[in-house]
Design a protein around this ligand. Structure first.
Ligand SMILES: [Zn+2]
Length: 392
């Protein structure tokens, strides 16, 4: 389904239908069979709509699905690591004919898109789990979601009528075309993307600024689609990014925008996916930390970095920048890593994610060597409001 030019030529496959055809499409959509989408599929429709998943033009056909699962490539040769699919249950699938057009809606009935179902096919969930998530364990959140989803996949191109309703942070929700335009306007030739679903602590700030020493601009690109409930709520994170940038970053060299994807927790494969999406947003470089997009102990420390060695940078179209874990060293009096500091761990200020969340929820400040005080305060206030039921 990936006809057309290669994404490295800069073309974006924006799947939104032109405004002057919207009324006609809406009227057609109202008369078609409907599929109510999961939160994951709603995110995928938005990503497809704005061109963030270029060169995809819809949900994968069987041949592309097989090659992505087995070989991390599309049949046209492009690197692609995560199967973007439209799962439905068997009963619904049997009511849809090949070639039929079907309307995709949100649970509240909001019409998002029309998909032309060119193919319906069965798939092996355990194999997808093994290949994509590297485990068949149903305790893995991505695998659990895969096991719960429908038994049949629908493949075909999508035409997006409306982006999802529940889209927060509209001021920060730039499409790939918009981030590219912003970078061009600022004269940035090289831009590093930073994916995060967590607050930015001093260690991440350090990594971003080290990268910024060698490129023109930084895109801080937090993921705001569905994540596990224990992650810090997206609106609290956004407020913490804002206060950090305003106080500690050169604003002419940084852009804050949100990435509307859901987390899949596919670790190494998701790191590749995140990089490919950021290329579409106009980034030339992408920061890959240790255990990128991981969960639990399913992936080895360096797996998300090593997986990039399977591809050339020309194939990927974006340069991965691989970083070690970083932390404050009391002896060096600086943020360091095992590559830059000779001292033993007793000098190092390291907290687990669990301990950080515990402290924030208890209202206990984090050391200034770990978190900027303005950031810590926003997080503590945000989580307190949430606990008191004042949040959204
Ligand atoms: Zn040191």
């Amino acid at each position: 389904m990936n006809q057309g030019q290669a994404p490295d030529s800069g073309v974006l496959f924006d799947r939104r239908i032109p405004f002057d055809q919207r009324e006609a499409a809406l009227s057609e959509a109202k008369g078609l069979p409907q599929i109510v989408l999961s939160p994951l599929s709603i995110s995928d429709v938005e990503l497809l709509g704005v061109g963030a998943l270029t060169p995809l033009t819809g949900f994968l056909h069987r041949v592309d699905y097989e090659r992505v699962v087995n070989e991390m490539h599309l049949t046209d040769g492009h690197v692609w690591s995560i199967p973007i699919t439209l799962p439905v249950d068997r009963e619904l699938a049997s009511s849809i004919k090949d070639g039929q057009r079907v309307t995709l809606i949100e649970p509240d009935g909001h019409i998002l898109a029309i998909v032309t179902v060119e193919e319906k096919f069965d798939y092996d969930k355990k194999r997808e789990a093994r290949e994509v998530f590297r485990t068949e364990d149903e305790k893995h959140p991505g695998v659990a979601r895969l096991y719960q989803q429908g038994e049949v996949l629908l493949g075909g191109p999508i035409e997006v009528i409306d982006l999802p309703n529940n889209r927060s942070f509209m001021d920060y929700r730039l499409t790939p075309a918009e981030t590219r335009a912003l970078f061009a306007q600022r004269g940035w030739k090289t831009v590093v993307g930073f994916q995060t679903r967590n607050p930015v602590h001093r260690s991440h700030e350090y990594i971003q600024k080290v990268a910024l020493e060698v490129v023109d601009g930084l895109l801080l690109h937090p993921l705001v689609g569905e994540t596990q409930a224990e992650d810090i709520p997206a609106d609290v994170r956004m407020a913490s990014y804002r206060v950090l940038l305003d106080n500690y970053y050169p604003l002419d060299r940084v852009a804050l925008s949100v990435f509307p994807a859901a987390m899949r927790y596919a670790g190494p494969r998701e790191a590749i996916f995140h990089a490919l999406c950021r290329k579409n947003y106009g980034c030339t470089h992408f920061i890959v930390g240790r255990d990128h997009a991981g969960v639990g102990n399913y992936y080895g420390t360096y797996d998300a970095q090593r997986i990039f060695d399977n591809f050339t940078e020309a194939e990927l179209g974006i340069t991965p920048l691989k970083f070690e874990h970083t932390y404050y060293c009391k002896k060096c009096q600086a943020i360091v890593s095992s590559k830059t500091c000779p001292h033993d761990s007793s000098y190092h200020l390291v907290f687990s994610g669990t301990e950080v969340r515990r402290r924030l929820r208890a209202g206990e400040p984090l050391p200034i060597e770990f978190t900027r005080p303005e950031v810590g305060q926003v997080l503590i206030d945000g989580l307190r409001d949430r606990q008191n039921g004042n949040g959204q």
